[in-house]
Design a protein around this ligand. Structure first.
Ligand code: DX5
Ligand code: ZN
Length: 222
């Protein structure tokens, strides 16, 4: 699977967002990870529709939209129209999962299913042929800057085995506390898309453009 990094926009500088996006482009980022939070599924609010509307004409980077909302179903068409390239829904929030992932694909979008750290993957085997990505949260969803939960690593390994067992090419994205310390372990377990946030390119220690190209290289070479 191709190794990619997706920059967590919620970790960027809101007051100079477009400048940060340009730095990410120059640094060679693969995608923009757009966290949408509704204050219900997670006890926080983040990003939103107007931001996507304004940003879409400004960049050709892929929009990797992570919906942390209690009831995503009625809003899928809206996010598709706002220019999402990939739409990821949390399995904990949807009762008609097969129906919804099929709808997202029919809209011409890539589709991801996200699992919070407490969600076991085993019952989801039947869905793998219908999705492009499994997003495995390595922190509880809702806040940037949290501590990585190492106990989730075996789940990454388990999901990669489930995918390979069916002869599929589904991406595994990991999100939360992704750093040079955690990437090698997650990559070995089978993850191939890394959400880059405050633990890496937005640490504030290094220029974003340089940090992006060196973190991407690290992820590909480690
Ligand atoms: C957590 C968010 C993450 C977070 C990742 O709910 O989905 O995208 O911003 O960044 P850090 O590196 O701060 O964990
Ligand atoms: Zn996210």
């Amino acid at each position: 699977m191709e190794i990619q990094i997706s920059a967590s926009l919620d970790c960027a500088n809101y007051l100079a967002l477009l400048e940060d996006v340009r730095k990410l482009e120059r640094g060679g980022v693969d995608m923009l990870h757009i966290d949408i939070m509704d204050g219900v599924f997670v006890p926080n609010f983040a990003l939103g529709t107007n931001l996507m509307r304004k940003l879409r004409p400004q960049t050709r980077l892929l929009f990797d939209v992570h919906l942390m909302v209690a009831n995503p179903e009625p809003h899928i068409l809206l996010f598709a129209e706002l220019g999402a390239d990939m739409i990821t829904i949390h399995v904990e929030t949807v009762t008609r999962l097969h129906q919804l992932v099929t709808t997202i694909r029919r809209l011409g979008k890539r589709v991801g299913i996200a699992l919070s750290p407490s969600t076991p993957p085993d019952g989801l085997s039947y869905l793998l042929p219908y999705v492009d990505m499994v997003l495995i949260m390595t922190v509880d969803p809702g806040f940037v800057g949290q501590k990585f939960i190492p106990e989730v690593i075996p789940k990454v390994e388990r999901v990669r085995k489930m995918i390979e067992g069916q002869g599929l090419a589904v991406d595994i994205e990991v999100d939360g506390g992704i750093s040079e310390q955690t990437v090698p372990l997650l990559k070995r377990a089978g993850a191939n898309i890394f959400v880059a946030g405050t633990s890496s390119i937005f640490s504030g220690k290094e220029d974003i453009e340089k940090a992006t190209s060196s973190f991407r290289r690290f992820c590909r070479e480690c």
